[in-house]
Design a protein around this ligand. Structure first.
Ligand SMILES: Nc1ncnc2c1ncn2[C@@H]1O[C@H](COP(=O)(O)OP(=O)(O)OP(=O)(O)O)[C@@H](O)[C@H]1O
Ligand SMILES: C=C(C)CCOP(=O)(O)O
Length: 248
């Protein structure tokens, strides 16, 4: 059983304070992951590390830069957060290892992304827990652009033929216009009017971009909040199920 789990940057950082880890939330998430069984790939987002730094350099998932110092700054900020996540997991005896996208992933001039999955698959085969993150990556014709953790989740889930996909964000699921959790989404347009951007600085499009990415997947994905992480990791389906067909 292979599970790909995204830990939202908004969960593991304080999105209102620049480059600040939310230690309590990260500890809770690491405790839940330490109890999980099966092959697990963790991907985390940018939160108050990647997003402000990308915004400061005018870089998004569509707008690139050739400023090498700026690219390094974004990558370093994400490296710092990645070290905190890997460290919290290793502190709980989870055999976590960092996976840094800038060194392996790239985009073509149409924005198509390649993320070689062999290093991740080999880590899994050796019983490690790979921990990748949203990052800045080279893009042909554009310098470098932002690759979101959500897109990495979909790319790795496909390449690794994942059985389960979970996206843990600060919200208990995707909310409708009345603030109620939507049980299931199989069509973007049906929910588009309720989907917005993130409330914090976010260069990759918040919930709307997340749902678009997850609807590309063959494997159904769950979107849920931190309080439901254990439920998801023990086989439950909390929050919103994003599934483009009738697969359960
Ligand atoms: N209909 C909606 N339902 C739920 N959340 C929504 C909705 N519309 C907009 N949002 C916003 O989307 C945010 C989640 O997207 P965001 O990209 O910030 O999360 P994340 O993946 O946890 O963080 P990061 O992008 O840093 O990894 C929520 O915190 C909320 O502010
Ligand atoms: C902003 C950077 C560098 C990463 C974005 O990843 P996301 O938070 O998953 O959208």
């Amino acid at each position: 059983m292979t599970t790909v789990l995204k830990l939202g940057g908004s969960v593991v950082t304080d999105k209102d304070e620049p480059e600040t880890v939310d230690r309590a939330a990260l500890t809770d998430a690491a405790d839940a992951i330490a109890e999980a069984n099966g092959d697990l790939v963790v991907v985390h987002g940018g939160g108050s590390f990647g997003h402000p730094s990308a915004a400061a350099h005018g870089v998004t998932d569509a707008a690139g830069t050739h400023d090498a110092a700026g690219i390094r700054e974004i990558h370093d900020a994400m490296g710092e957060l990645n070290a905190a996540v890997v460290g919290a997991l290793q502190d709980r005896d989870v055999p976590a290892l960092p996976v840094r996208p800038l060194s392996v992933a790239y985009r073509d001039d149409g924005g198509g992304t390649a993320f070689p999955s062999e290093p991740v698959a080999t880590m899994l085969a050796e019983r490690f827990v790979p921990v990748a993150h949203g990052d800045v990556v080279a893009q042909r014709g554009a310098g470098a652009t932002i690759l979101s953790g959500d897109e990495i989740v979909t790319l790795l889930a496909e390449r690794l033929d994942a059985d389960r996909v979970g996206v843990c964000s600060t919200v208990p699921g995707v909310l409708d216009g009345d603030g109620e959790v939507i049980d299931r989404i199989d069509d973007f347009e049906a929910v588009a009017s309720a989907l917005g951007e993130s409330e914090a600085t976010d260069v990759t499009g918040g919930m709307a971009a997340k749902i678009r990415a997850l609807l590309e997947l063959e494997t159904p994905a769950s979107v849920f909040g931190p309080a439901q992480l254990r439920t998801f990791l023990s086989g439950g389906r909390p929050g919103t199920l994003v599934a483009r067909d009738s697969t359960p």
